[in-house]
Design a protein around this ligand. Sequence first.
Ligand code: FMN
Length: 359
Amino acid sequence: MPDLSVDICGLSFANPVLAAAGPGTRNGAMCLAAARGGAGGIVTKTVSTAPASVPRPCMSVVRGGFLNTELWSEQPVEKWLATEYPEAREAGVPVIVSLGYTAGQIAGLAPLVAPFADALELSTHYVPDDPSPVLAALAAAKAAVSVPVFVKLSPHPDIRELAVALAAAGADGLVMINSFGPCLALDLDTGLPLMGSRDGYGWLSGPAIKPLAVRCVYEAARAVSIPVIGVGGVTSGRDVAEMLMAGAAAVQVCTAAILKGPAVYGTLAGELDRFLAGRGRDGLPAIRGLAHRAVRSFSTTAAAPEVDAGRCNRCGLCRTSCVYQAITLAAGWQVDPGRCFGCGLCVSRCPRGALRLPA
Ligand SMILES: Cc1cc2nc3c(=O)[nH]c(=O)nc-3n(C[C@H](O)[C@H](O)[C@H](O)COP(=O)(O)O)c2cc1C
């Protein structure tokens, strides 16, 4: 059995699938449900000095993803301190308390939440070109608490530079990414935006942002030695594995838990376990950062895919989407090497994993 446990800054997680800040951890009861559902750790819904006035409607599925215009917690910090954090602590897994946003707000909040926090996560939303407000918030948190302080980032164009600056400023870990936006989706019956925010804009999460999140994790993990926690579009054990291969120490899950309920954390951990076991991997270190070690030599030469005839059921998806018309199925699966551009699309289209590009 692979060992799924992971230690991050002295915090011991039984598995690397954590509940992200969001509706899935919006109060103590939800935090308990997340832990019962198999989450290795919990990040509580972001709290700030004043409760949020959340526009409605504030959540919708969109094709390939999810839009939201939720803000931070609509519950006052006093309520969190009196009932929600104590209840979350009963979960028996590490509790990371998410706080927002300015240095002044963090300086006031951090000492209050410290008795309940195994770590802090500072939530940021689109760091300006000048990262000094985030660095100041980090400094305020570090001055106030002795537990590790993680900083959560949106997909920033130059996330590497920001990651390096935060690590140099004493961040104990980085979490990436927050939801992506602004985005717009319309109700076709009314012409109105799906989101009830003032401008109708929302923030995208779910599978649509996973490649963006994986790129950010990869880039940050290559640049800093502090742990990077990956979040964005994780919906399967394979997604967890991909984040780990990009260099993540653990992952967080938000949208999948909203849509599938808190049992999803345990489901993903189980799928990761089977993924590792199926490849003879004994634990997370065996795949963590694999993307940084694997090197493909740059090539512009076309290499046609090979077929595993036993797996191919001749469904024709590869042929339909072959824009080079290189694939035929009449006499079994065949590729015309003269036509094949080596684009690789057919490999990703095959639902049975029957195609593979030569190594
Ligand atoms: C409805 C909703 C509410 C969220 N609230 C918070 C929050 O309070 N604080 C925060 O840092 N991130 C918040 N997020 C962002 C998620 O934690 C996560 O970074 C993002 O959704 C990408 O992960 P996912 O694709 O698994 O949802 C929220 C996301 C959603 C969808």
